[in-house]
Design a binder for this molecule. Structure first.
Ligand SMILES: Nc1ncnc2c1ncn2[C@@H]1O[C@H](COP(=O)(O)OP(=O)(O)OP(=O)(O)O)[C@@H](O)[C@H]1O
Ligand SMILES: [Mg+2]
Length: 234
């Protein structure tokens, strides 16, 4: 059961957005149960989730890494579920506790120079805890500065081969319960997120065999067939 932790010691980097969207996208792409865990004090992910009516993703009923560790150690969860963990910012101890549970860590990084030190610090925690990780470039605009920033960051760790554009559609997560994967969600935003989901699946080759047949990220027709009235279900 893969545990994917979304971490960055800097706030406002898009962790909660990424956690919520990936959870819906993974459920669509792979099927099967996805469980969210919100370890952030503000509990924004939980508030977003509480407005959704789908059975998937589910929400872990706790808000600290210790409780999550206990739950993961129990046998309730040897069932092929994925667990996606949102983490707090400005609390390196709490970030490290969450990272220690991870099979893979995604570090969302925006495209301004001051985002670099916290991202590198978070990557250093992954290295210290011997956890696989990748930076994922978020809120990407197209500028010369963006490209030079990207070239610098790859010296400090692997970069996911997918990125998330700066699109107002992601603000849907600010509105209770909505995801870009829901009916009416923005096509570009959905494509970006599905690329991220594909790259995450690449990190877990054993999980690939569960991926839905024909669920190509380029096949919007298929997508619509599964999209149904509201949100996607497994
Ligand atoms: N790719 C994107 N394009 C445009 N806006 C984005 C993108 N990703 C996130 N946002 C917006 O940026 C803001 C911060 O995102 P989010 O809450 O996901 O970050 P966070 O790291 O969880 O922040 P916090 O420190 O508050 O927990 C939100 O208003 C969100 O809608
Ligand atoms: Mg957040």
């Amino acid at each position: 059961m893969p545990v994917l932790v979304i971490a960055n010691s800097k706030g406002g980097t898009g962790r909660t957005t990424l956690a919520g969207e990936i959870s819906v996208g993974l459920g669509f792409r792979r099927g099967g149960r996805v469980v969210l865990a919100d370890l952030c004090r503000e509990q924004t992910l939980r508030a977003w989730w509480a407005e959704r009516s789908d059975p998937n993703p589910q929400m872990f009923d706790g808000s600290n890494a210790q409780a999550l560790r206990q739950w993961l150690a129990g046998d309730a969860i040897s069932d092929g579920s994925w667990v996606i963990v949102d983490t707090p910012s400005h609390d390196l101890a709490a970030t490290a506790a969450a990272i220690s549970l991870a099979d893979f860590v995604l570090i969302p990084v925006g495209d301004t120079a001051f985002e670099m030190p916290p991202a590198i610090r978070t990557a250093a925690e992954c290295v210290r805890l011997e956890k696989r990780f990748a930076f994922v470039f978020t809120r990407v605009g197209l500028s010369r500065e963006t490209v030079s920033w990207l070239l610098q960051l790859v010296k400090h760790g692997p970069m996911l081969e997918a990125f998330i554009r700066n699109l107002s559609a992601y603000g849907r997560l600010d509105r209770p319960g909505l995801s870009v994967f829901d009916a009416g969600g923005d096509k570009e935003a959905r494509e970006d997120m599905l690329q991220v989901v594909e790259c995450v699946l690449d990190e877990f080759p054993d999980e690939r065999r569960f991926a839905r047949k024909g669920a190509s990220i380029y096949d919007i027709q298929n997508f619509r067939r599964w999209a149904g009235r509201g949100a996607l279900t497994s």
